[in-house]
Design a protein around this ligand. Structure first.
Ligand code: ADP
Ligand code: MG
Length: 652
């Protein structure tokens, strides 16, 4: 079955990106070769693994390798592998479309990226993989045959075209070859001539030396033959292997340069940033393994999407077993990249077996401990820049562990940083918070919300501000999840300032205000009862508070209630929740509240029978204002606006 040549459209983002790539002055064009070799190496790993897992697979694995082939006259460079190859459908899916996850983000950045510098940054951030070939080629042709299949596929695209061609070929060898029609050589810039043997050698040595498969190139050498006067110069052609093939994780740290680690990181992570931390590990004894982990310096754009998948690779005795081995790293450390090479596992190991395997569980425990201790070291370093980079990029992910990983909760609390009312710009650790706690303060106060501004303007904060008490400002969605479940840090409970009753008075102050409070309770008793009935549809209780200094009212939850933000999150994720009511707290010293009380007292019996609509409206307005003050949403904003307008009209 041979399908005709098909011309297909690139996805809009892909085309845009290609345009950028073609015109970009990305300073590091050499990386295109690293990307092709990296893909070829993955394809060889996958084939080796497939033949382990499927004994019936018809594939030639006798001499797995990568080959560079140059035609200087035609200015053509080919990178070939005899690995797993791709089916026609896979070519369309994998090569014709760009990263499926994060396309929205990519689209946004592409629209913004008008300049070369911006394009360069994009290339560095997204990691362009296969498409980086368009930095150096006018036309790219990929020919591939999937191991086990008989027909091959050819894909080709010219630089700048919005379409690509795809065709079936009968006689393709197993594996993939990528042929680049190189751009015309720049007269003055031999540094970028990819037909030069020395240039290719240099790139391979620099970027791909650790690749486990041989990277070969056919080279011509001049040799002298014969003796004395009969000596003749002869040109011999031979295949040379350009890389040392040494697995980086098996070499002692002191022997490996940071450059080498960096390139290895690029290969395993498919990312283009630099690693922030390099973590080599080695364990001997019952569970023997070697690991080489990396903490990236930039969060990938798809870290919070479901598709995010790159993590730690599992090898068994140097043989690649799987990408993203979830059993080795918990979700909340999904940004950690690298390799674990275990000694005593079977090469046939499956995901199901891994989940049960005690050795894997042990390794995972140690990896987690090691990563967390690395973060702790970053945090205790004199120079805080690296820790700050880490926290900005990955703090939100790490905090997921506060809920999920109870074993390491203490450490996670210690390495975490939070915004707080103590400083507008600097974050605080919990330890620092505790050191600043006032005499007699026995809880760590926090408030969750959608933004710092929202929290800062919320009425709940008033009394804390007045008393000079520090409050943590928690605005990441994940904060809502953990803070309710983590009981304490350093013996101090976490306490929401928007939940439960707040009692900020010292024993002495209490004595002083006791009489006043009793009087207020008496004075307000009837009003509170009336309000409780009038607002029973929206508030479960109405009571007095001393937490407010300038606002008339606020809403608070019971200790176990959902916060409004958490409710919104649940609803947004499609979960049905029962309508929840909260408690309306009143400031007994606010003129609006005292005024309402006096008005009520004057017309008590009529009001109780619902015959004084102005009073009912004031109650509604009071409640609505409390909702708005905490950044909440009114059920019936039109009615609120109407009531307010009428009231204002009367007072202008
Ligand atoms: P990435 O390697 O990060 O996935 P690339 O753009 O480099 O992104 O490659 C896209 C996909 O195309 C790869 O994930 C792989 O599935 C497929 N691919 C690329 N090159 C080869 C190859 N030489 N052999 C087999 N598959 C390949
Ligand atoms: Mg790649």
């Amino acid at each position: 079955m041979t399908e005709a040549v098909e011309t297909l459209e690139f996805q809009a983002e892909t085309h845009q990106l290609l345009e950028l790539m073609i015109h970009s002055v990305y300073s590091n064009k050499d990386t295109f070769l690293r990307e092709l070799i990296s893909n070829a190496s993955d394809a060889l790993d996958k084939l080796k693994l497939a033949t382990f897992q499927d004994k019936d697979l018809v594939a030639d694995t006798a001499d797995l390798h990568i080959e560079l082939d140059v035609d200087s006259d035609e200015r053509v460079l080919t990178v070939r592998d005899n690995g797993i190859g791709m089916s026609r459908a896979e070519v369309i899916d994998l090569i014709g479309t760009l990263a499926k996850s994060g396309t929205a983000e990519l689209r946004r950045k592409l629209t913004e990226a008008k300049s070369d510098a911006a394009a360069e940054e994009l290339i560095g951030q997204f990691g362009i993989g296969f498409y980086s070939t368009f930095m150096v080629a006018d036309k790219v042709t990929l020919t591939t045959r999937k191991a086990g299949e008989s027909e091959g596929t050819r894909w080709s695209a010219a630089a700048g075209s919005s379409t690509y061609e795809i065709d079936t070929v009968a006689d393709a060898p197993q594996g993939t070859s990528v042929t680049l029609a190189l751009k015309a050589a720049d007269e003055d810039d031999h540094l970028f001539d990819y037909t030069q043997e020395w240039k290719l050698r240099e790139i391979v040595r620099k970027y791909s030396d650790f690749i486990a498969w041989p990277i070969r190139m056919r080279v011509e050498r001049t040799v002298m033959e014969g003796e004395g006067e009969d000596t003749v110069e002869k040109t011999v052609v031979e295949d040379q292997t350009l890389n040392s093939q040494k697995a980086l994780w098996t070499r002692p740290r002191g022997e490996v340069t940071d450059e080498e680690y960096k390139e290895f990181y690029h290969h395993v992570s498919h990312a283009w940033d630099d690693p922030l931390e390099i973590i080599p590990m080695k364990a001997e004894g019952t569970f023997e393994y070697q690991a080489l982990l990396f903490i990236p310096s930039t969060a990938p754009f798809d870290l919070f999407t479901r598709e995010h998948k790159r993590g730690v690779q599992l090898y068994v005795r140097r043989v690649f077993i799987m990408d993203n081995c979830e059993e080795l790293m918990p979700e909340y450390l999904r940004f950690v990249k690298g390799v674990v090479d275990a000694q005593d596992l079977s090469l046939n190991v499956s995901r199901e077996i891994l989940q049960q395997d005690r050795q894997i569980q042990m390794i995972r425990k140690r990896l987690v401990k090691k990563v967390l201790s690395t973060v702790k070291d970053l945090q205790s370093a004199e120079d805080q820049t690296r820790y700050q980079t880490f926290w900005t990029q990955f703090g939100r992910v790490l905090k997921e562990g506060l809920l999920a990983d109870t074993d390491n909760r203490e450490t996670l609390l210690t390495v975490s940083s939070f915004a707080s009312t103590a400083s507008d710009s600097e974050l605080t650790t919990l330890k620092q918070y505790v050191e600043r706690m006032k005499d007699g303060q026995d809880a760590i106060y926090y408030m969750t919300g959608e933004s710092r501004a929202q929290v800062e303007n919320s009425p709940h904060l008033e009394a804390f501000k007045a008393k000079g008490l520090e409050v943590l400002v928690l605005t990441d969605p994940v904060d809502e999840m953990w803070v309710g479940s983590v009981p304490e840090f350093d013996g101090k409970k976490f306490q929401s300032i928007a939940k439960g009753e707040v009692d900020l008075e010292t024993e002495e102050e209490k004595k002083e205000t006791e009489a006043l409070r009793e009087q207020q309770d008496k004075d307000y008793a009837e009003l509170l009862t009336w309000l409780g009935t009038t607002l029973s549809e929206v508030a479960k209780e109405v009571r007095l508070t001393n937490r407010l200094t300038t606002s008339p009212a606020c809403l608070v939850g019971d200790v176990f209630d959902f916060t409004p933000m958490l409710e919104r999150m649940y609803r947004a994720s499609g979960q049905a929740l029962p309508e929840s009511k909260r408690i309306l707290e009143l400031n007994p010293t606010h003129p609006l509240v005292t005024g309402l009380r006096d008005a009520y007292d004057a017309r008590k019996s009529d009001a109780d029978e619902g015959k004084v609509p102005e009073l009912t409206e004031t109650a509604e307005l009071l409640y609505g204002t409390a909702v708005l003050a905490e950044g909440g949403e009114l059920k019936d904003p039109a009615r609120f606006a109407h009531l307010l307008t009428e009231r204002l009209t009367r007072t202008v």
